[in-house]
Design a binder for this molecule. Structure first.
Ligand code: ISE
Length: 347
């Protein structure tokens, strides 16, 4: 691809996230355009294609093989990711895959191995928090030694509402997966065990679902990460992270939006309603980074290994939900050396 040409992207799955990304690609992201849209709902695909100037190809695998596709954004349901990401690897196409990379540990590791055998990085996983300016600042503070040795991470993850099918296990795989990646990102080490403590559930939770839960992770060096996951607060969207170190602590996600002080002697503000509003900027930075890297033949964010690690930790988390035990994370070795990125085309 010539450096002047836009990266032509197939967006697979245009539910809420896919449609949001397609709109971003067509309006806000430089160097890319949506060429193909694919979704099991023909109506939804047509609507997104019409407003982004793309064409519709109903079959996602046919979309991946289309001649006018240079890169693929996978925002389809998790169960479809394995086949779709593998098809991208088969064609040597850069792919940005929303989490989870796949829905089971073996298939996620198979993708790590397959990419490694190709000798170049093609897979980026959509852990957008790594691009959120507050998360980036916190990571830099830690890296610069501003907190001394980081000892503890405390996370809070609250959603206002969740569908009835979101049970305790899905809360781990779909929501806690973000804290898994954040902990790995901030502490730069693997998570080795997971424990889940269940308490009294909100009356808004379906029978048998423990909402909220406290998840406790331990890392390879022995650090502790706690995560409160509560997806039916009825309030708004709250994602906070505090890192406690030997020389101080730092908190992000305080949601300091417009605060109003009134003549009635009270103050008030608005809590961010949902994750698209809270992480809208992060999603766009993530997309731009992916597009820029893809145009240069590399990836611009968390890769297949990060996606695999998250699947492996969540699998242990689900076992911890089921057994009440502290469950050791089982991970296969990381293939070395790391796949390298080829030189940019034309150099
Ligand atoms: C959702 O899928 C997300 O990825 C959001 O970031 C998260 O906050 C939410 O809990 C998930 O359901």
């Amino acid at each position: 691809m010539s450096q002047a040409a836009d990266l032509r992207i197939a967006v697979l799955g245009v539910g809420m996230m896919g449609a949001f990304h397609a709109d971003a690609l067509s309006r806000r992201i430089r160097g890319a355009r949506v060429s193909v849209v694919s979704d099991f709902s023909a109506e939804r695909a047509a609507a997104v294609a019409a407003r982004t100037g793309a064409r519709v190809i109903a079959d996602p695998l046919e979309a991946i093989r289309a001649a006018d596709v240079d890169a693929v954004l996978v925002a389809s349901p998790g169960a479809a990711h394995d086949v779709q990401v593998n098809a991208c690897l088969d064609r040597g196409l850069p792919v940005l895959c929303e989490k989870p990379l796949t829905t089971d540990v073996a298939s996620a590791y198979a993708i790590v191995q397959k990419e490694h055998s190709l000798g170049r990085q093609l897979v980026q996983v959509g852990f957008m928090r790594r691009f959120d300016p507050e998360h980036v600042a916190l990571r830099k503070l830690i890296d610069d030694g501003g907190l001394g040795n980081p000892l503890l991470v405390h996370c809070t993850h609250r959603n206002p509402a969740a569908a009835a099918h979101v049970d305790s296990e899905l809360m781990i795989r779909d929501s806690v997966v973000h804290e898994v990646d954040v902990a790995r990102f901030l502490l730069d080490e693997e998570i080795t065990s997971v424990q889940v403590v269940k308490g009294v559930a909100t009356s808004a939770a379906p029978a048998g679902t423990s909402d909220p839960m406290i998840v406790i992770f331990q890392t390879a060096s022995g650090r502790i990460v706690t995560d409160e996951i509560y997806v039916r607060t009825g309030v708004a969207y709250e994602v906070r992270t505090e890192v406690v170190g030997e020389r101080g602590s730092a908190t992000i996600g305080l949601d300091q939006n417009l605060q109003v002080k009134g003549t009635d002697g009270r103050w008030s503000g608005a809590i961010t309603p949902g994750f698209v509003e809270r992480f809208g900027t992060a999603y766009d930075i993530e997309l731009q980074s992916w597009v820029d890297a893809a145009r240069n033949g590399s990836v611009g964010g968390p890769g297949a290994w990060d996606g695999y690690a998250a699947v492996a930790v969540c699998e242990a988390g689900v076992q911890a939900v089921r057994t009440g035990e502290q469950v050791t994370v089982s991970m296969d070795p990381r293939p070395r050396p790391e796949p390298t990125s080829p030189a940019p085309p034309g150099t």
